[in-house]
Design a protein around this ligand. Structure first.
Ligand SMILES: NC(=O)c1ccc[n+]([C@@H]2O[C@H](COP(=O)([O-])OP(=O)(O)OC[C@H]3O[C@@H](n4cnc5c(N)ncnc54)[C@H](OP(=O)(O)O)[C@@H]3O)[C@@H](O)[C@H]2O)c1
Length: 285
């Protein structure tokens, strides 16, 4: 029987591309989305394909939608071979411009959502002594940049969680991997991006820095971003390799920078950082 994989956040971007890619590779894909009325892009793409995918509702912040989706998977297929924790949002802001509500919302979707689905899916995998848990992290979970401190904090947290979980569930035949994309051409910078509650206020101490970072990220995105299919290929590797790695990185420049951070003394790393990333200076008046 085909392997059954459940993916979150399949209405657009990486989730959508991964659903199509894995179905093409022979997986039975359960493409979940928080709002199934947003399935039109997936349906349109499927019209040109010879395979189908199952669409189910799942909001990672609502435990009952997670259990309902898993129940349907169990009833229909009798197994769950893998989950892909993909759903995510971003709220960009310098730390002081974030309200407490912003921070909690980001954690609810990007961190606690991952934990909840994994918590509910693991028993199905442990019973069969086999399974894969793949989480879409980010290069922002390896080195942090201004204006995304909370997003980075969450992606760093997912790194530590994935590393530990990998050891914890290995005895049950379950493998854990995390994918570290660089910039990817998706809706994350548009539909699923908002800014911090106080970012747009001219009274913010960081008001002028926002434009500097926005311009930097925009031009970086234009030059170096990758299509979502590049991430889908890495997810497929993590699901199909006999001995999957803990980390799959995407982006040559980002991998180089990651290695600099890991291997060089912090002082030298910061010198390179200051050459590559914009400097934030206060106006002298
Ligand atoms: N794009 C990048 O540059 C980049 C880089 C590194 C890592 N990532 C990571 O990649 C993942 C996917 O993002 P993307 O770039 O593909 O962005 P995207 O196109 O905006 O897709 C995000 C998906 O998450 C869904 N979602 C949001 N909140 C949800 C919730 N509470 N429950 C279930 N689904 C929810 C969205 O659904 P709606 O359509 O209903 O909003 C959408 O389907 C995220 O974890 C992100 O952090 C992205």
């Amino acid at each position: 029987m085909e392997k059954v994989v459940l993916i979150t956040g399949c209405s657009s971007g990486i989730g959508l591309a991964t659903a199509l890619y894995l179905a093409d590779k022979g997986f039975q894909v359960v493409a979940t989305m928080r709002n199934v009325s947003k399935r039109s892009e997936l349906d349109a793409a499927l019209q040109k394909k010879y395979f189908s995918v199952e669409v189910l509702e799942l909001d990672v912040t609502k435990k009952d939608t997670i259990s309902a989706a898993l129940k349907q998977v169990k009833q229909k297929y009798g197994r769950l071979d893998a989950i892909v924790n993909n759903a995510g949002i971003t709220i960009d802001a310098f730390f002081e411009d974030h309200s407490d509500a912003d921070v909690r919302k980001l954690f609810e979707v990007n961190f606690f959502g991952v934990l909840e689905l994994t918590r509910q899916a693991l028993p199905l995998m442990r019973q069969r002594k086999s399974g894969r848990i793949v989480t879409i992290g980010s290069i922002a979970g390896q080195y942090a940049l201004p204006q995304v401190s909370i997003y980075s904090a969450i992606k760093f947290a997912l790194e530590g969680w994935s590393e530990a979980l990998r050891f914890e569930v290995a005895p049950f035949g379950v493998c854990v991997s995390i994918i570290e994309p660089c910039f990817v051409q998706t809706n994350l910078g548009s539909n699923n991006r908002s800014v911090g509650e106080f970012s747009s206020s001219p009274s913010s101490a960081y008001y002028s820095f926002n434009k500097i970072m926005d311009d930097f990220y925009e031009s970086y995105d234009e030059k170096y971003s990758k299509p979502p299919e590049a991430v889908a290929r890495l997810v497929y590797k993590a699901l199909s390799q006999k001995k999957p790695k803990i980390r799959y990185m995407l982006g040559r420049r980002e991998t180089f920078f990651y290695l600099c951070k890991r291997l060089l003394p912090q002082k030298l790393y910061e010198r390179i950082y200051n050459r590559v990333f914009p400097s934030l200076k206060l106006d002298e008046h």
